[in-house]
Every structure is written in structure tokens, then in C-alpha cells.
Write a protein that binds this ligand. Sequence first.
Ligand SMILES: *[C@@H]1O[C@H](CO)[C@@H](O)[C@H](O)[C@H]1NC(C)=O
Length: 368
Amino acid sequence: MRCRLGCMLCLVTSFSVYIGLFLFTWTERSETSSSSIVGPPQGIAWGFRNVYIDQEKAAKRVNEPSHDDNNNNNEASQTKRGDTDTGKHGDDKSLAADEPPPKSFDKDPFGYVTLDGRKALDLHCSQCALISASGQLLNSGSGEDIDNIPCVVRMNQAPTKGFESDVGSKTTIRFTAHSSLPSLMRDPMLMDDVIGRPQYIIFWGPPKEMDSGGSGVVYNEISALSMKYPYINFIVLTNDQYQYAEYVFREETGKDRITSGSWLTTGWFTMILLRNICDSISIYGMVSPGYCQSPTKPDVPYHYFSPNGFKECAQYREHENAKAHGHRFMSEKYVFIRWALTKYNITFHSPEIPLTNLMEFNKPKFLT
Ligand SMILES: *[C@@H]1O[C@H](CO)[C@@H](O)[C@H](O)[C@H]1NC(C)=O
């Protein structure tokens, strides 16, 4: 298993490095094909609107950490793999030369589209529950509360089966990193389980991976996967939407994603969608940004479904301070708290985070 996974990831990464050199332009498909959209659940209004896809020909860096956690093969080991890649492909800063110049936006381009690129997601939820993968959720008993919220959003390969009492059982959206695709393909339960399967699965990935003109290795795999699950709505981020996430990161942290050696988390991409489509967001399983700075706080598994895997705080600390390939978990959380205090109706559960004022929260070093 471990070897197969390793080979797969390696293939995906190295393949795209070479193939990515030959980018095809986006070709608009004809207006005649029909999409395989299922009906909305009760209490959820949605539809699709036609959109014009912005063409982005620039290639983006592919080297993202995998979120695969099976066989204990979680992000820390992926980070090491990433570091090995660094020797081959150069570090984040030298790669910045290959990147298109940072792009600014007046507003969220809302580039969440069907695989054929013809229709945009138009989902609206009165209340969303965002379920983290954190071990904080173990023994939380939050399942019932979560299932009572109209839209439940999960990320990557975080399962429901076997954890229903803590994380709930239904899934409206599964927001997924391109690097988690192998896990989804290996665990059909995530897609087959009638109760737990998502109504929408949304993939984010670097433009090079997600090119729909034939050269996007991940896009092609997603496309093949979608044939197997006609009852799930497959959605991908446009290049603009991907770049918008980096723009928001720059605006909120004052740091450029690439030159600061950072990788955005799936949580970051997910929050950018949710603040757009949810009237309110209840986040389950997020600790406050300062939690892991206190030595008296208990550490829990980084992922609730890998009890013997890496510990959460250990991961957060390692990533927050990494010079390259770092997920800025604590800084992103600090931004979410700031949004909750200033812009959006966001609340935090299991654990509860009392929203007093921003001064009460430790500002992560990355942000200073
Ligand atoms: C925020 O969202 C919660 C949960 O949906 C809701 O009960 C509450 O009234 C909202 N607060 C505001 C100020 O809109």
C-alpha cells in the first residue's frame, strides 16, 4: 500500500512537472451537453449559472503537500518528501520566478465551476458547519448538533463512518486538495456511502494540475472519477479563484504565499468559499491560535481518524515556523478569528472559542 501510494504521488508530481510545460488554452465547450446535477436537499437553495471562464495560461508551482493520512503517511512525512523534492526542483523562492506575478482582485471571482467549465456553483446555505479533521473532535459528542445544521462541509478524506457521534454523518460539500485525490480514489466509502457521501465535491489545485485542456494530470483524474459517481456534483476552482486565495492570504497576513515559503491549507480555500455562500459558519474542531503555545494544553491527534499519527500541536508548531513548505495553521486561524470579530458570522465549537476582542488572542510570529 505504502509503495503504491508513494509511486502514485511521485507520478502525479513528476508527471505534471514535465507535462505542465505544455499548457493548452482553455477551449469553451459547446452549449449542448447537459450536466448531471441532482436535486437540492431540503432547506438548501441552489442552482447553476453560466459563467465565462477566465483564461489563465501561467503555470503554477505543483509541489503541494499531500493530505493523505492513511498508513500514518500524514503531512509531516509529506513535508519530508517535499523537502526531498526541493533538492531536485529548487526552493520556493527560486520557483517564484516561474510564477505569474501576484494578481489583485476587486472582488471574489467566485470561480467554482462544473468540470466542463460551463456552470458555476450557486449554492446558498443559511448555516454551514465546517468540520475540521482535528483530534479535538474525538469524544466531543458533536455529531447530532452537526447533523442539524443545513450544510455540512468536510475536507479532504476526513471520514464520517465510525465517527458519527463526534463528527456527524451527512456531508453537503467535501472540499478537497488535489493532493488528497489518491485517498479519495482508494477509499470508495467516502463516495459510496449513501448517508455520508457528499452532494458536492470541490477540488482545489494549482492551475498546472487543474488544466482542463488535456495537460492537467489531476483534472484528468477528477474527470475520470466523476464518471464513477454520477450522483455527486463535481466542482473545480478556476485559476482565478486559486489566485484569489493567494491574494486574500497576502491581504490578511501581509506575506506573500510563495516568498514566505507557505502553502495554503484546504481550510483556507474552504473558508473563502463558505464566507461567500453561508449566512453563518459554525466551525467544529478548531483550536484558538494560541492554544498550542500553552504547554499545559493537552495535545491530540492531528487527524481524528489517525489516533496513532502525528500530534496536532506538534504539527502546527513545525509548520508555522518552517522556512519552506509551511502550512501557517496558527496564522490562518488568527485570521478566521479576526473575520469572526469583524466581518462574518463565524462561531467556534468543540472547543468553544469565546469571541471577546482580538487583543485576547496571541498573534502568531508569522504575522508580526
Ligand atoms: C449568527 O448565526 C447564528 C447561527 O446561524 C444565528 O443564530 C445568529 O442569529 C447569527 N447572528 C447574527 C448577528 O446574525
